[in-house]
Design a protein around this ligand. Structure first.
Ligand SMILES: [Zn+2]
Length: 141
């Protein structure tokens, strides 16, 4: 599991990281992983990833970007967050919550221990809790 977000990864450790997650390593996947897992937590759309790749003079089609982001999500390297019909990909896969700024459309992490969930609704019979997704929407006064 990717837990040390603030440690930058060199290419060899990125390749190891992808292989350990069960991802077949290709040049384009490594290019995407280099941008996504640079040690800083990110919440990015596929279009934003394409913009970042272009800045680095890499050309990867949007379809390949989508496929790769979804594959990274499937193996647990990323987490998908849907806000107002937009899909963001979160590089922080440790349990946490979010602020969503309605003015800037940006997500910011809230550490899980900053919010206390003391009283949850009774779960449907025969079901167990798998995850809590909590988003606090904020905007300018
Ligand atoms: Zn997050």
């Amino acid at each position: 599991m990717y837990t040390k977000q603030n440690i930058s990864r060199d290419k060899a450790s990125l390749v190891n990281h992808l292989q350990n997650a069960g991802v077949r390593v290709t040049r384009q996947r490594v290019q995407l992983a280099t941008i996504l897992f640079d040690g800083k937590p990110k919440h990015v759309t596929a279009e934003q990833v394409r913009g970042l790749l272009k800045k680095g003079h890499a050309t990867v089609s949007l379809a390949t970007i989508y496929n790769t982001l979804h594959q990274f999500t499937t193996v647990g390297l990323l987490r998908e967050i849907f806000v107002d019909s937009v899909t963001y990909f979160d590089t922080n896969n440790v349990s946490h919550y979010h602020f969503f700024d309605e003015d800037t459309r940006e997500l910011t992490d809230i550490h899980a221990d900053k919010i206390s969930l003391n009283s949850l609704a009774r779960l449907p019979k025969g079901r167990k809790l798998s995850q809590v997704d909590l988003m606090l929407r904020v905007r300018c006064n």
